[in-house]
Design a protein around this ligand. Structure first.
Ligand SMILES: Cc1cc2nc3c(=O)[nH]c(=O)nc-3n(C[C@H](O)[C@H](O)[C@H](O)COP(=O)(O)OP(=O)(O)OC[C@H]3O[C@@H](n4cnc5c(N)ncnc54)[C@H](O)[C@@H]3O)c2cc1C
Length: 439
């Protein structure tokens, strides 16, 4: 099979990781994106007087693939203009603080735990012993183990201040159900090798400008095409190519990469005429995604008249109801713009948007009583933000699911939970699988 003309369905981080890889390898790429804005679950949104995102995102120093692609499309020296990078510091003022010093790994973490504020000496010792044991076990465990069981012997104060918030932020899944294997993969990637892998990277630009928009320009510069507002309604993989149905028209390509969300895959493949027996790999992928559950993430933007006065651009909250606050004013956004995040399906988000925004405003003003009333507030609830990264969940792998069809998407990466890094890794893997299959 020669795959010169490749269609990529889905213009999120996975789709554009695949597109950049294929365009860089000289293929003629066309990206189809149903929405008007590129980026999928990580995209720019206009809110009142500000440009925000559909959800506040955080990247890690360990996001090697995402950072490499950002360098490819923006140029090698652009990172510091795009991302605020600082050493890991988790703090909830007056309650808890953990920050990694300027030391090589693993001493940076050991010293951070040793000097953590807000824990007893016994809590710190138990946590250091726990992390030492994880390292000894090479951050591996039984795939059926949940994070809750992994943390069984950890002190309640440490679970509450550190592990549970980290698990919610990284896996968007409650610890009682979350996969300990995926959680340990994130810890290993962040703390296993280099000290700067645990850095926190906060975007200074909107999420479409961070990667999908410049990736689209990169593809266009190499002769490719980007089709926005172009919903692919179905596809048919034949011996001589792949037929895509877009509206009332059909277009033929040599091959296609499916880089849609997991719930959208079912629609795409089920609606498409198969033209014969479905490939068992596609059937298995469809069966696996049909068993997925999903978790929401809510981001509440509040514009205050004056600067928020936070010590760091990212700060932990008490969870009543916001979990983290991000100071967009410190990230090249308007002064006084707060983004407050709540992960997973908690009772606190099952209220009207006005009530939720007001309770978050009250929470921020408990923290800083000098804040005046916000000039506007906007709630963005992503109901299917990520698949639930549950222990033992069977998932498809990225790569070929039929002779001319390759699969990408955050839910296919075997290593990382549903994140930008999982998405970009899967996109590159899907593109490489297609290149190998057509070599
Ligand atoms: C609110 C929120 C907060 C998050 N926070 C973080 C974070 O802090 N850090 C982190 O690393 N990750 C975070 N994530 C997860 C991250 O955004 C996702 O893992 C990642 O964006 C998924 O990328 P993807 O390309 O796999 O899928 P998607 O972004 O879902 O892309 C799929 C694309 O396909 C398009 N599409 C679907 N069907 C069709 C069709 N038939 N025809 C054409 N186009 C189609 C969709 O419109 C979409 O643009 C967060 C997600 C959300 C929602």
């Amino acid at each position: 099979m020669i795959a010169n003309r490749v269609a990529i369905i889905g213009g999120g981080y996975a789709g554009f990781a695949a597109a950049v890889t294929l365009a860089g390898a000289g293929r003629d790429v066309t990206v189809f994106e149903a929405a008007r804005t590129l980026g999928g679950r990580a995209r720019r949104v206009e809110a009142y007087s500000a440009t925000v995102d559909n959800g506040q995102h955080l990247l890690l120093g360990a996001y090697a693939q995402t950072l490499a692609l950002i360098r490819t499309v923006h140029g090698a020296g652009a990172e510091h203009e795009l991302l605020d990078r600082r050493r890991l510091c988790l703090s909830e003022p007056g309650v808890f603080r953990l920050s990694t010093p300027d030391l090589p790994a693993p001493f940076h973490l050991a010293v951070a735990l040793l000097l953590a504020r807000g824990w007893s000496w016994a809590d710190r010792q138990a946590t250091i012993a726990f992390v030492r044991n994880l390292r000894r076990e090479r951050f591996r465990c039984d795939p059926a183990l949940t994070v809750g069981l992994l943390l069984d012997a950890q002190p309640a104060a440490v679970i509450r201040a550190l592990w549970e918030p980290l698990c919610l932020a990284a896996l968007n899944t409650p610890i009682a159900a979350a996969s300990a294997t995926l959680f340990l993969n994130v810890l290993a990637a962040s703390f296993g090798a280099h000290a700067r892998d645990s850095d926190l990277l906060l975007p200074r630009v909107d999420l479409s400008s961070l990667f999908p928009d410049p990736a689209a320009a990169y593809v266009a510069d190499r002769g490719g095409a980007i089709r926005k507002s172009a919903m692919v309604n179905g596809l048919e993989a034949r011996d001589d190519g792949v037929i895509l149905r877009i509206g009332y028209s059909e277009e033929q390509f040599d091959a296609a990469i499916l880089a849609v969300g997991p719930h959208q895959l079912t629609h795409l493949l089920r609606d498409g005429k198969s033209g014969g027996e479905r490939d068992p790999r596609s059937t298995l992928a469809l069966r696996q995604v049909a068993a997925f559950a999903y978790e929401p993430i809510v981001t509440v933007y509040l514009q205050y008249p004056t600067a928020l006065g936070l010590e760091h651009p990212m700060q932990k909250l008490d969870g009543a109801p916001g979990q983290w606050v991000f100071d967009r004013g410190q990230l090249d956004g308007p002064a006084g713009l707060a983004a407050v995040v709540i992960s997973t399906d908690l009772p606190s988000i099952r209220v009207g948007h006005d009530a939720l925004a007001q309770s978050i405003d009250a929470q921020l003003r408990r923290m800083n009583p000098t804040l005046q009333a916000p000039t506007w507030m906007q709630v963005i609830a992503e109901r299917r933000a990520t698949y639930a990264c549950s222990a033992g969940l069977a998932r498809p792998a990225p790569g070929m699911i039929a002779p001319r069809l390759s699969l990408a998407g955050d839910y296919t990466d075997p290593h990382f939970p549903a994140t930008l890094e999982a998405a970009t890794r899967s996109g590159v893997a899907a593109a490489q699988a297609l290149l190998s299959a057509s070599a």
